[in-house]
Design a protein around this ligand. Structure first.
Ligand SMILES: *Cc1c(COP(=O)(O)O)cnc(C)c1O
Length: 477
């Protein structure tokens, strides 16, 4: 009997020994990589365009060995980046990236469970719902709050705008207007546009000298718009702006929202998890009165990129805004304690993001997260006090959370010359490659910021930052 020869293949199904070897080889590189983080440059993207071009190629017909691919990744591609995992990354909003979550992703992706519909993975859906309940508890939300894990803060802000719109506006909603400050994250404006509003319906009101919304001008703007026939429906406050970490007076915003029967959304993508600390709770007082809150676990909960979150105080509103029936789906359950995520989220098939949050919190409890955040608040205050001692340095924004903004000042220079001076000053700091700082514009001024969030950043790195800033000041004389 001639042997049957299948024209098909089973090569994508890896034998156990191969799986183990893949993970072992990858682990070897990963451990070396993570252990060397303190010695790696804080950012290095020189030759980036050329390197990016070297990755362009047509779909390969033949495969190549894993170890060669690993070498390529770790030796060539990964190092040419902002070192967002390292302790010297004090740019934008860092996070670090907990390794626990990488292990969780390995497990999630290997079991490949479906958490869009409760019935398909009841306990794993609940595990994600439990994570949402923990977040609700951190914010001070009631039992009936619901939420979703998203890919990031931008998508959370998007679902927040849609939820507010569908809760308060008629189907024809183009006269609906949105109020926020000129310090708002651009993802909020983008969310408004994606939700169907013309950009001109977003009122970016001038902020006060601490970069917070002025409640009186907010009230005036709302009243004026009502008189002109607009439908003011949404106020977006910030709990930690990206520019300076400014926190709006959330109680004042909640009072206005209540009086005006508007939706209050708080973008706490950066600041929200500082609610774990006593100082954070003081600064963000009133956040629990918001109708919805955006949190970014991939910032102040230190997760790797890819996890944001939206919480809605009245969970039913989130559901009404996102639920639709389809014949081909499994039946949804009707136990009020349980959640079918596809009814609360724009996504149907979705990654099982719950585990990457759940695992580190279950392994350590909240305490080391709280301590890390307290440390970041202390480090930022320490850096601010040190900066103040350097002749020529001006503090532009005192820390409200863990961002401080500053610039170099020389009398007799025009605004433009000062901006140029500070651009070069920033380049000089970053050229030392022990820390990576970024800048922003405040009232037309080029301003440098230090943002301390990563669980890998400690006093030794902040001392290095201050040394490098002091010598850059010397070089700028
Ligand atoms: C980072 C950030 C966002 C956007 O979140 P992504 O996770 O980058 O999509 C929105 N608002 C604020 C205040 C942020 O800091």
């Amino acid at each position: 009997m001639s042997e049957f020869k299948s024209p098909y293949t089973t090569e994508l199904e890896l034998p156990g020994a191969t799986m183990r070897s893949l993970v072992d080889q990858a682990m070897d590189r990963i451990v070396r990589y993570i252990e060397s983080l303190p010695r790696q440059p804080a950012a290095d993207v020189s030759g980036g365009a050329e390197l990016a071009r070297s990755v362009m190629e047509p779909l390969p017909e033949e495969g190549m060995p894993f170890d060669a691919l690993l070498d390529r990744l770790f030796d060539n591609l990964v190092p040419k980046s902002f070192n967002t995992a390292g302790p010297g990354y004090l740019a934008y909003i860092p996070g670090g990236g907990l390794f626990h979550s990488a292990v969780a992703d390995l497990i999630s992706d290997s079991v490949n469970r479906y958490v869009g519909v409760w019935l398909a993975a009841p306990a794993l859906s609940q595990l994600e719902a439990t994570v949402i309940q923990w977040f609700a508890q951190v914010i001070g939300y009631p039992q009936e709050a619901r939420g979703i894990l998203t890919t990031g803060g931008s998508l959370a802000n998007f679902s927040a705008v849609v939820t507010a719109r569908r809760s308060l506006l008629p189907e024809d909603f183009l006269s609906g207007t949105i109020y926020t400050s000129d310090q708002v994250h651009h993802s909020v404006v983008k969310a408004a546009i994606l939700a169907g509003f013309p950009e001109r319906n977003v009122r970016e009101l001038p902020s006060d000298d601490r970069f917070r919304i002025r409640p009186d001008s907010l009230q005036e703007s709302i009243s004026a718009d009502r008189k002109s026939g607009y439908m003011p429906f949404l106020i977006v406050g910030s709990a930690g702006t990206t520019n300076t970490g400014a926190v709006d007076d959330l109680d004042a915003l909640a009072n206005i929202a209540k009086r005006e029967a508007m939706w209050l959304h708080v973008d706490a993508a950066y600041g929200g998890f500082f609610m774990l600390t006593e100082r954070g709770r003081k600064v963000m007082r009133g956040i629990e009165r918001a109708d919805s809150v955006t949190l970014d676990p991939h910032k102040a909960l230190f997760l790797p990129y890819g996890t944001g979150s939206l919480l809605v105080r009245d969970g039913a509103a989130l559901r009404r805004a996102h639920s639709l029936h389809a014949e081909y789906l499994p039946p949804m359950q009707d136990d009020p304690d349980l959640v079918d995520f596809c009814l609360y989220s724009p996504e149907l098939s979705r990654a099982f993001r719950g585990l990457r949050v759940w695992l580190p919190l279950k392994m350590h409890g909240a305490s080391p997260f709280r301590k890390n955040l307290d440390e970041k608040l202390d480090l930022t205050q320490w850096a601010t006090d040190q900066l103040r001692l350097i002749p020529g340095i001006q503090i532009i924004a005192e820390p409200q959370l863990s961002v401080v903004a500053f610039r170099l000042f020389r009398s007799g220079l025009s605004a433009e010359e000062l901006n140029t001076l500070n651009r070069t000053f920033l380049d000089k700091i970053n050229a030392k490659k022990r820390v990576y700082l970024t800048a922003t514009a405040l009232g037309g001024d080029f301003v440098i910021r230090i943002c301390v969030v990563s669980f890998r950043t400690h006093l030794d790195r902040m001392q290095a930052a201050l040394e490098d800033i002091r010598s850059a000041v010397q070089e700028s004389l």
